[in-house]
Design a protein around this ligand. Structure first.
Ligand code: SAM
Length: 271
């Protein structure tokens, strides 16, 4: 059984708790109280393999020390560990770190916690950068990444693409997806409502159905996120001191033709 499969075995225990305690009251954060639901929805092998292949493509043959910023519950960490000698996960969420910590070295902190010139490659996948608001915090984070990379070190991340958000007067972007665990069926329905300056609200609703008796609990959460245009994010990277900046659309397996919802950015700290 893979590590992620064994993590998913424990997810049902977490969902049992949510099922009992969230009936009729507001939910906690998607990266705090709702982590078991996040794990159930965002652990698909195809998703993690896509992330891993983007990181592997960005790495140099000499890449040895890797930092994953916003490592979440650690699904990518285990793959990074199989590929690189030293891997550290960093995440601000206590619950995410708790689930990730059985994968390897994880610290509950930010990019600022990593020692200067100690890392060959930093990856921030799963659009983690979009959670770092406002501008001042993003500036500090990108500066910290430049500082903790070795000269010549690389950075790769994925970002929500502003161009894929609906115009503010248009109907919100909506999507539904369903997954099944041993004891539950989870239907996630999300919609995104753009605000200004690329920021948007991610409204998510989970209908969690206990498979044994069909009882269903609905859990809702809203998170503020930020999107970018590729030219705009290249400017952010350049201002932080990065060079060799590249952006390209993120294509996920099984996606249809429309515009990519996210793009990939990679860059290097000057040697
Ligand atoms: C969308 S999740 C992505 C998790 C994982 N990388 C994935 O792809 O499933 C974003 C993660 O970033 C974390 N996060 C938010 N702000 C952060 C920051 N400033 N530094 C490190 N992690 C952060 C959140 O706690 C959350 O686990």
């Amino acid at each position: 059984m893979s590590l992620i499969d064994s993590k998913l075995k424990t997810v049902d225990d977490g969902i049992d708790d949510l099922f009992t305690h969230l009936r009729g009251r507001d939910s906690g954060g998607i990266y705090d109280e709702l982590v078991p639901l996040y794990m159930a929805m965002y652990s698909a092998d195809s998703r993690i393999h896509t992330q891993m292949s983007m990181v592997a493509k960005c790495a140099r043959p000499t890449t040895a020390k890797v930092c994953e910023l916003g490592c979440g519950h650690g699904a990518l960490l285990s793959h990074l560990q199989a590929e690189f000698p030293t891997v550290i996960g960093v995440d601000t969420s206590r619950e995410m770190c708790r689930y990730a910590s059985d994968t390897g070295a994880v610290i509950r902190s930010t990019a600022q916690a990593i020692a200067p010139s100690s890392i060959d490659l930093t990856a921030a996948m799963g659009t983690t950068i979009g959670h770092i608001l406002p501008d001042q915090r993003l500036t500090e984070t990108l500066d910290a990444i430049v500082t903790h990379l070795h000269p010549g070190g690389k950075f790769i991340c994925t970002l929500h693409d502003t161009r894929s958000l609906p115009e503010s007067h248009a109907p919100p972007y909506e999507r539904s997806q369903t997954t099944t665990t041993e004891r539950y069926q989870i239907r996630q329905h999300d919609h995104r409502k753009p605000a200004t300056n690329g920021e948007f609200e991610w409204h998510v609703k989970f209908d969690v159905t206990r498979r044994s008796d069909g009882d269903t609990v609905t859990i809702k959460n809203t998170t503020s996120l930020r999107s970018f245009r590729p030219t705009q994010f290249r400017h952010w990277l350049s201002e932080a001191g990065f060079e060799q900046i590249q952006t390209y659309p993120r294509r996920v397996s099984g996606s249809t033709n429309g515009p990519a919802r996210a793009f990939v950015a990679s860059a290097e700290k000057p040697a």
